[in-house]
Write a protein of this length. Structure first.
Length: 119
């Protein structure tokens, strides 16, 4: 099993920045990639960004491209999401996820952290 714990959520004004962090622990030797998702009430969880387990090949959803940056710290076994130029529509619960090498989808999830952007 893999455990994921997010941190760094909170309240920020529009135009501000926030960095989310996710620490992975447990049986992490068989992982393919990590990602960040977000979800608002009544809507599906949206994929924002992914990065390979080694830290390469970052990819972004169009909604956050140019504003958000995903990165991996292999030594600390963490993944971060640097969020700049935040907008009120970025308000959501943000989730960290990990995908194992033998899975077609993200199969491990953090508990989520709330990000609220005030106008």
């Amino acid at each position: 099993q893999v455990q994921l714990v997010e941190s760094g959520g909170g309240l920020v004004q529009a135009g501000g920045s926030l960095t989310l962090s996710c620490a992975a622990s447990g049986r992490t030797f068989n992982m393919r990639s990590m990602g960040w998702f977000r979800q608002t009430p009544g809507k599906e969880r949206d994929l924002l960004a992914t990065v390979s387990w080694s830290g390469g090949r970052p990819q972004y959803a169009d909604s956050v491209k140019g504003r958000f940056t995903i990165s991996r710290d292999n030594a600390k076994n963490t993944v971060s999401l640097q969020m700049n130029g935040l907008k009120p529509e970025d308000t959501a619960v943000y989730f960290c996820a990990a995908r194992s090498v033998d899975s077609y989808e993200f199969d491990y999830w953090g508990q989520g952290t709330q990000v609220t952007v005030s106008s």
